[in-house]
Design a protein around this ligand. Structure first.
Ligand code: GTP
Ligand code: MG
Length: 305
């Protein structure tokens, strides 16, 4: 695990859930807040499936961020699980960040999240992301429509992609931190095991490379993660929902899978700072996203127990 150490004496800590509809840039924000690539990011909605903990020490305070799946109307059992992860994440934090698009309209996912925030009576901060894509005046419109539906503690316009506004988030959140020792040991930047990080990196490349319904039915399990001399051997199984999807993932003469493998390997080598030998297999698990048992077998479910 790469270490990041900038802590003198930690005397305060704060835990913050990062919530919002799919694709608003929650994971991009988590990565910008920590300065590390902890959560995968893609242009496709519903990229994040689990709660991902990210840690950053600033001065005497340890900030713990919980990246959550995009809150949406679920159509599969997996989708329902993802929403449950959101609900359980907001229940036990010092404050909630509601991340929204720079649109002057409160949509259904936002309304439902605001309802949860009110029910829990938890401090909430509105984060208006992607301000690099709109004119300045737009932000004021967004703030005014959200101000009408909830009394947010702050309204912070940012561009997570360009790390714009990140300092203001730290300044704002420090007021919600409480006195106490660090929750994570020095040097730990995430709670994800190395195998899961590797699986997520591979899934990110599959999501980027594949279209239509194929990427959403993909799960990646890393079965081998072993240092052999100076080379890190990673063996991963890519599960998909249909035989036809398997063909698409592998591609003509294996071209697609080779491309995914080489992109993933480059990122894995960067993250683990080692030479990587990557082997992948593609298998079909029909309709796994609708099966409670399969979802658990594929490693989901621990975040809401
Ligand atoms: N222009 C612009 N794009 C952004 C910004 N932040 C994120 N994005 C893009 O928005 C897309 C979604 O980003 P993610 O961070 O994966 O979004 P998410 O909210 O975690 O999505 P889910 O995990 O699916 O809920 C990606 O293509 C990002 O590059 C931003 O500040 N400006
Ligand atoms: Mg995400």
């Amino acid at each position: 695990m790469p270490a990041r150490d900038e802590s003198p004496m930690i005397e305060k800590n704060g835990m913050f859930a990062i919530t919002g509809r799919p694709n608003v840039g929650k994971s991009t924000l988590v990565n910008a807040l920590t300065g590390e690539k902890i959560a995968i990011v893609t242009p496709k909605p519903q990229t994040t499936r689990n709660r991902i903990t990210a840690v950053r020490n600033v001065n005497n305070c340890q900030f713990v961020f919980l990246d959550t799946p995009g809150f949406h109307k679920p159509v599969t059992r997996l989708g329902k699980y993802m929403n449950e992860v959101v609900s359980s994440s907001v229940a036990d934090v010092d404050a909630v960040l509601l991340v929204v698009e720079p649109e002057a309209r409160v949509g259904k996912p936002e309304s439902l999240l605001i309802e949860k925030i009110k029910a829990l009576d938890i401090p909430a901060v509105l984060v208006i992301n992607k301000i690099d894509t709109v004119a300045k005046g737009k932000v004021l419109e967004v703030i005014s429509v959200y101000r009408e539906v909830h009394d947010f503690k702050e309204y912070i316009p940012i561009s997570a992609k360009y790390s714009d506004g990140i300092d203001i988030i730290f300044e704002t959140l420090s007021q919600f931190a409480v006195e106490g020792p660090p929750l994570f040991p020095e040097g730990q930047i995430t709670d994800q095991p190395e195998r899961q990080i590797a699986a997520e990196i591979i899934r990110e490349k599959l999501l980027i490379e594949l279209d239509k319904e194929v990427p959403h039915g993909i799960a990646v399990v890393v079965e081998e993660f072993k240092e052999k001399g100076i080379v890190l051997h990673i063996g991963a199984t890519i599960y998909c929902e249909k035989d036809s999807h398997k063909g698409i993932i592998i591609g003509k003469n294996g071209a697609k899978l080779r491309a995914v493998g080489s992109m993933a390997r480059a990122d894995l080598e960067r993250f683990f700072d080692a030479k990587v030998f990557l082997e992948t297999w593609v298998k079909v698990k029909e309709n796994w996203r609708q099966s409670e048992v399969q979802i658990r077998n594929l490693g989901f479910g621990n975040d809401i127990l």
